[in-house]
Design a protein around this ligand. Structure first.
Ligand code: ADP
Ligand code: MG
Length: 181
């Protein structure tokens, strides 16, 4: 089973993935957790480097091969392109665009990259892409702004157990449209 943890950079994917991984592992699951950004750069799973955006253009064939070589029964895919990897379930993490902005500023993102990502959160990009490419019954969207990772993970576990999809309840545009440059 492939579980994608997706969402705008800074939303908390790696934090939540780590917690979820530890919890599932300690309950006896044969599971791995892949940080996509890390393996793409370390294992050379990219087509080219986008210097301007300071990011890699992912080679999805190579990335899929890598995922298939991992060999555990379940895999958590931590990354903002994880919903492109034919997962069984997609968890879309959401957070207030101002929170995303603050977090990315403290990561020293350049202004172009910062604006692109704040705008992506405002316009529901990861959710829309997930819905476009996958069966909607596998999607669970969760607003994380004021939840600690433990609570977020518990809600994800409840979804994986009940398999009741949920999305469409997060809407930032009305309050934060002014953030679009
Ligand atoms: P992503 O992997 O989506 O880019 P990270 O997991 O690296 O995001 O989180 C970005 C920052 O936000 C980190 O400093 C992390 O400690 C913090 N963070 C993430 N999730 C939460 C949360 N639920 N509550 C408080 N801080 C969080
Ligand atoms: Mg991360």
């Amino acid at each position: 089973m492939l579980i994608a943890i997706t969402g705008t950079p800074g939303v908390g994917k790696s934090t939540v993935s780590k917690f979820l991984f530890e919890k599932l592992k300690s309950s006896g699951k044969d599971i791995a957790c892949i940080n996509i950004t890390e393996v793409v750069s370390k294992e050379g799973l990219y087509l080219e480097k986008d210097i301007e955006m300071d990011s890699y253009v992912v080679d999805f064939d190579k990335l899929n091969e890598y995922i298939q070589s991992v060999g555990t029964k379940d895999i958590l895919l931590d990354g903002h392109v994880s919903h492109y990897l034919n997962p069984d379930y997609i968890i879309v993490l959401r957070a207030n665009p101002l929170l995303i902005k603050n977090r990315l500023e403290s990561r020293n993102y350049n202004s172009e990259k910062l604006n692109e990502n704040v705008e992506a959160e405002l316009l529901d990009v990861c959710l829309v892409e997930s819905i476009e490419r996958n069966d909607e019954s596998m999607i669970f969207e969760i607003e994380c702004s004021e939840k600690d990772p433990e609570k977020i993970v518990n809600e994800i576990l409840m979804f994986l157990d009940s398999k009741n999809p949920e999305y469409g309840n997060v809407s930032w545009l009305e309050d934060y449209f002014y953030l679009i440059e």
